[in-house]
Design a binder for this molecule. Sequence first.
Ligand SMILES: O=C(O)/C=C(\C=C(/O)C(=O)O)C(=O)O
Length: 312
Amino acid sequence: GGFEKTPGWLDWYDGPATPTFRLPAGAVDAHCHVFGPGAQFPYAPERKYTPCDASADELFALRDQLGFTSNVIVQATCHGADNSALVDALRRAGDRARGVATVRRDVTEQELAELHDAGVRGVRFNFVKRLVDRVPTDALEEIVAKIAPLGWHVVIYFEADDLPELYDFFSAIPTDVVVDHMGRPDVTKDPDGPEFGLFLRFLRENPNVWTKVTCPERLSVTGPRALDGEQDAYRDVVPFARRVVEEFPDRVLWGTDWPHPNLKDHMPDDGVLVDGIPRIAPTPDLQRRLLVDNPRRLYWPGTSFDPSASSE
Ligand SMILES: O=C(O)/C=C(\C=C(/O)C(=O)O)C(=O)O
């Protein structure tokens, strides 16, 4: 590969704790990535960062250590629209992983069929300016028209300030829509304020819109982002995530976001991230919906998880 990591790049947390919170059987890590390895799956020339390698085998080792049954692996911008690392990881996982790919407007039916066969069930539209150049809306509409017949959904990653401008486009997407990281709310603002209020209105007005209640370590503004007692930095994110879980219990997903790209001054222990789940989903019923029922309805539709089946 010979890819130089972006200066200051933080590798994922080495030796995460085994969570004290026991994940329910069938739990899905619904937002995570694989990076390269660059020698086998080169990073995209148009990328805006170069990560550390983070292989499927390392992702699956984390899955097993944390107690997840399955993963939804999301294409990261460092691979652009080259989904080969994602497809390789999906094939290695068999039925224990599904994927969300990045495609361009000229993607062919054959390419989409191959992605579907590998386990891809959605595409990702990224609007975060530090990650991608803006894709024209008509190109995105063309992609939606191509993937909707496959029953796929659209994952959207945007910053809260951009929601007003994107609101009508997002509301017109006919498929299920999944928002990454609650649209990155400014957690220094009031959860009852107009900014997060627009996000809540977006979910209230569009019953096909789901959100991941993920990435407190990206959103928190207090101290080292760890759930270590009084330094708990989740304090300022929990009110936002918990409100969404309680109002939309059937449209929320959770994920580790391993290997946590582009964190600048801290790297969360993934086991500690899992231990934070009961603070945003405080009952076993909400935890089961967040971690098992919702991701399986979206990514393994028509199947019900049989806890007695072997997970191999
Ligand atoms: O992993 C995340 O979801 C967040 C980030 C990166 C990406 O999503 C990506 O490169 O595709 C980020 O905020 O830098």
